[in-house]
Design a protein around this ligand. Structure first.
Ligand SMILES: *[C@@H]1O[C@H](CO)[C@@H](O)[C@H](O)[C@H]1NC(C)=O
Ligand SMILES: *[C@@H]1O[C@H](CO)[C@@H](O)[C@H](O)[C@H]1NC(C)=O
Ligand SMILES: *[C@@H]1O[C@H](CO)[C@@H](O)[C@H](O)[C@H]1NC(C)=O
Ligand SMILES: *[C@@H]1O[C@H](CO)[C@@H](O)[C@H](O)[C@H]1NC(C)=O
Ligand SMILES: *[C@@H]1O[C@H](CO)[C@@H](O)[C@H](O)[C@H]1NC(C)=O
Ligand SMILES: *[C@@H]1O[C@H](CO)[C@@H](O)[C@H](O)[C@H]1NC(C)=O
Ligand SMILES: *[C@@H]1O[C@H](CO)[C@@H](O)[C@H](O)[C@H]1NC(C)=O
Ligand SMILES: *[C@@H]1O[C@H](CO)[C@@H](O)[C@H](O)[C@H]1NC(C)=O
Length: 392
């Protein structure tokens, strides 16, 4: 079945002879490891044509299904986002927020005109089972723009499938002892924070927290979409005017707690389907275009400082290897905390005895521009160490 899709996609010319086939776009991805023999319950989450949809997210209510076992007892949960488009359009960022937590960042393949395109992506959201166990709200933000020369609508439908648990396929995770907390603001529009400047939010975690993880979402946009091609500010004048953007090619996504670095991510360069050579991404998108990589940080070592019952400030920003660490505009960032609590309810104890996490990585932008009239060779490097010791 999957092979068939591949060949349909690779041979659009063959099908255009008969003028009958929609081009099937896809991202190569492993199918989610769901139990195929389990009872499945599928609900439609929403159906929406994203035409001129800037600032007009799809907001829908969700009620957990009850005919595949107790809500939250499922063996797996997947989402199916299927989209068609016919016309001319740019790639657009899609942000799916559920229960005020971003759970999926995607982007749209650029459509073709005539027969149009279709794509389907099955996303494993089993790790968010505790969210799906409660009624709540889905927000799909897909800011599309229709104007002269740009007429491609995105016609979308999203389904959620729940796999009933059984002795062979047990409930995923321990729902009652896990919950998710958002590191994002706008809970009615899905709008992600744009940085710079840094984004901060205060969060209180339970005093019986025993494991704590952050999952970060971060995508470069505008002057930062191709950040890895950006040139250090010191060298920008070595290149023809307007040839490159500044800020250098290094980016670090930082998570700070109360102003102290608690973890960092080096972002993956997702190339959207309009990026660099658009024809290279049709019908197979680059890795991550339909399911952008996220970044997991284990914050468990910081728990002793966080279980005092008080709010602590979580900050997400993106920095460069420039002397002042600034970047251009902009990155869309968000995140979530996955909190695991001890069922006994007893407060977690412990002390951080040693912590070394410099605010910035050690960077060398050696700026050895070796010039012979035509070439500029720039070498930027960075290293980063975070060291935490604690007692129980
Ligand atoms: C795009 O969607 C808008 C709003 O739903 C609709 O009015 C328009 O006809 C659609 N255009 C095409 C080409 O399907
Ligand atoms: C995903 O949804 C589309 C549109 O409803 C449907 O045609 C397709 O069969 C679904 N895919 C899977 C694997 O369920
Ligand atoms: C795509 O849109 C064009 C008009 O822009 C129309 O002629 C054509 O029939 C459409 N194709 C499909 C598959 O709907
Ligand atoms: C949205 O945020 C406001 C203000 O923080 C809060 O009062 C409200 O309960 C939130 N709504 C949801 C659905 O999370
Ligand atoms: C978090 O709380 C502290 C202390 O009340 C306050 O100074 C800070 O401004 C708050 N931060 C945010 C982002 O609300
Ligand atoms: C942790 O530190 C506090 C104050 O610094 C101290 O009172 C307590 O005994 C320490 N606990 C452990 C387990 O070291
Ligand atoms: C310029 O120098 C680089 C590296 O030293 C070399 O690879 C390149 O061939 C030189 N270009 C010209 C035009 O001489
Ligand atoms: C780039 O700089 C780093 C750190 O100074 C150095 O280890 C590396 O060898 C340099 N690479 C090149 C190609 O010059």
């Amino acid at each position: 079945m999957i092979l068939q899709l591949v060949w349909t996609g690779l041979l659009p010319a063959l099908f255009s002879l008969s003028r009958a086939a929609v081009l099937v776009d896809f991202q190569v991805a492993q199918p989610p490891p769901v139990p195929q023999d389990a009872k499945q319950c599928t609900i439609q989450v929403f159906e929406r044509v994203f035409a001129f949809s800037f600032g007009d997210a799809e907001v829908v209510n969700y009620t957990p299904p009850t005919d595949c076992g107790e809500p939250g007892s499922w063996a797996a949960v997947t989402l199916n986002f299927t989209v068609t488009s016919n016309g001319t359009q740019f790639d657009r960022l899609g942000i799916l927020t559920f229960q005020n937590v971003e759970i999926w960042r995607t982007s749209t393949p650029e459509p073709t005109r005539g027969d149009g395109i279709i794509w389907e992506y099955i996303k494993d959201v089993t790790r968010f089972t505790p969210l799906f166990a409660e009624p709540g709200t889905f927000i799909m933000q897909l800011d599309n723009l229709i104007q002269t020369g740009l007429d491609g609508n995105y016609s979308t439908v999203m389904h959620a499938t729940f796999y009933e648990s059984s002795p062979e396929h047990p409930t995923a995770g321990q729902a009652s002892e896990r919950y998710h907390s958002s590191l994002d603001v706008a809970n009615d529009t899905g709008n992600d924070a744009s940085v710079p400047p840094a984004f901060s939010i205060n969060v209180t975690i339970p005093q019986n927290t025993v494991e704590l993880y952050a999952e970060l979402f971060a995508s470069g946009n505008g002057q930062e979409e191709f950040w890895y091609f950006n040139v250090p500010n010191d060298n920008i004048d070595d290149l023809p005017p307007g040839f490159a953007l500044g800020g250098g090619p290094f980016r670090e996504v930082r998570l700070l707690i109360d102003g102290q670095v608690a973890g960092v991510a080096f972002p993956y360069a997702t190339i959207f389907t309009g990026g660099i050579v658009p024809t290279a991404w049709r019908p197979i998108t680059s890795y991550g275009a339909l399911d952008l990589p996220t970044y997991f940080l284990d914050l468990t070592p910081f728990i002793p400082a966080l279980v005092d019952g008080e709010a602590h400030e979580y900050t997400i920003d993106v920095i460069s290897a420039e002397q002042d660490h600034t970047i251009l505009q902009n990155w869309f960032v968000s995140g979530l905390l996955q909190v695991v609590t001890d069922p006994s309810g007893a407060p977690t104890t412990g002390n951080i005895t040693s912590l070394s996490a410099d605010p910035f990585p050690v960077t060398t932008s050696t700026a050895q521009t070796r010039r012979n009239g035509s070439d500029v060779i720039i070498n930027v490097s960075a290293t980063r160490t975070i060291h935490v010791e604690l007692t129980s």
